[in-house]
Design a protein. Structure first.
Length: 432
């Protein structure tokens, strides 16, 4: 179904009907285990001589449909659904990097990812080296013999400075270093595999699901990186894995296709660490995917109107949105966000911290929540919430200042969105 358009893939990829009942809707397979046909069947599954259901911590039929649909939408070969976006970020890196290794990451990151990289992974012996993506060559300069991956966000939250996917991917491929792209804020707006990325991950909690009702994450394998060509650079996939009978993943998967990366993540990390997505949440994710193309158009259209509105308000000193970038960064936005400029907006208030708090507290339609990508419009003050664990210096590095407010624009009527912003901005002016 690779030739179909996204609107069609979102409804049809990975599923037609239930073979037992002819049901059209994907069933919720709320089971822990699966009956083996016989001992040979069980042995084949555990030895990876054939793929199938063993235990829902590792795979599940409802998740399988979601994974196939997401891989089709992204243009990848296979996907792995997990319990959260944070789990997806962690597993995407841990699948390649072990203690003593390092990755090079963009500084423009979601606060939770920054903490994961700067603290938790460091405590596990994986060094994360942060570089400014404004200079793609900084990734090469920060690399050494033990650099296993590059990592970045397509449309980083909260900086909203579009990442140079193709430039960094090309640098990495010469060195045998894959680019892992977090495409959470830009589904359908760009497809990182088309620009050279090797792995794409999402917090599916956000736009992919779109209804604020379930936590989920996904890792998608592009099948476009020759892991076997770089055995010294990528030992995790090219040396015997003691956690799986000494399997060399690039060799073990040859009969199955170019899925060494994603299969290893499933049968080692997901199996051992257990961040499984529940079948019910996978079902809810599938419901969200069906309307993703429609919702993304509405998010982008409403956000563009809000950018114009905020740009003319005297209380607002700066509006942050990809459509307002200049120079080389504007070129990247035009090149990589062909499907729209996204639904996230940041802005600075003249009254600083006091005005930001007053604005948030005055909102009536917008929800004050720690989430983005909901069908509803959302707002938050990152410095006191999502990025509060970071030092002031690290906050500024990720694009968060004391007076910064982040909006995730929903699909409500634009007049109602503007009306709520207007009364909240009036309150901010009074407080400032």
């Amino acid at each position: 179904m690779a030739t179909l358009h996204p609107e069609t893939l979102a409804l049809h990829a990975g599923w037609r009907r239930d073979s037992a009942t002819n049901a059209v809707a994907v069933p919720i397979y709320q089971t822990t285990s699966y009956q083996f046909d016989d001992t040979q069947h069980a042995e084949n599954l555990f030895a990876l001589r054939e793929l199938g259901n063993i235990y829902t911590r590792i795979m599940n039929p409802t998740l399988d449909v979601a994974e196939k649909r997401l891989a089709a939408l992204e243009g990848g070969v296979a996907a792995l659904a997990v319990g959260s976006g944070q789990a997806a970020s962690a597993l995407a890196v841990q699948n390649l990097a072990h203690a003593g290794d390092n990755i090079v990451s963009s500084t423009d990151l979601y606060g939770g990812t920054w903490n994961l990289f700067a603290n938790t992974l460091r405590q596990q012996g994986i060094e994360v080296r942060f570089v400014d993506p404004a200079d793609p060559e900084a990734f090469a300069r920060a690399s050494d013999a033990r650099t296993r991956a590059y990592y970045a966000e397509t449309l980083p939250n909260p900086k909203l400075r579009v990442f140079p996917i193709g430039e960094v991917a090309a640098i990495g491929r010469k060195l045998g270093i894959p680019l892992i792209m977090d495409n959470t804020a830009a589904p359908l707006l760009t497809r990182p595999f088309e620009h050279g990325a090797a792995v794409v991950m999402y917090s599916a909690t956000k736009w992919l699901n779109g209804h604020g009702n379930s936590i989920a994450g996904v890792i998608i394998d592009g099948g476009n990186f020759d892991w076997a060509a770089f055995p010294e650079r990528q030992p995790a996939l090219n040396t015997p894995d003691p956690s799986y009978h000494g399997a060399v993943w690039t060799e073990a998967v040859k009969p199955l296709g170019p899925i060494a990366y994603i299969l290893k993540a499933r049968v080692t990390l997901l199996r051992d660490l257990g961040p499984a997505l529940s079948p019910f949440n996978a079902f809810l994710l599938l419901q969200g995917l069906e309307t993703l193309p429609l919702r993304m158009r509405a998010h982008c259209e409403n956000a563009a109107a809000v950018v114009q509105y905020l740009s003319h308000r005297p209380e607002v000193t700066r509006v942050i949105h990809p459509s307002l970038l200049t120079g080389r960064e504007a070129e990247w936005a035009q090149r990589y966000l062909r499907g729209g400029q996204g639904g996230l907006i940041g802005f600075e208030l003249a009254g600083g911290l006091a005005a930001g708090r007053a604005f948030i507290d005055a909102l009536k339609l917008f929800y004050h929540v720690a989430n983005i990508g909901d069908s509803r419009s959302l707002a938050i003050h990152p410095a006191s919430t999502t990025h509060s664990q970071l030092s002031p210096e690290d906050q500024l590095a990720t694009g968060v200042s004391p007076g910064y407010v982040r909006l995730s624009i929903g699909i409500e009527h634009i007049d109602d969105i503007r009306a709520d912003l207007e009364q909240a901005l009036d309150a901010a002016r009074a407080a400032g």
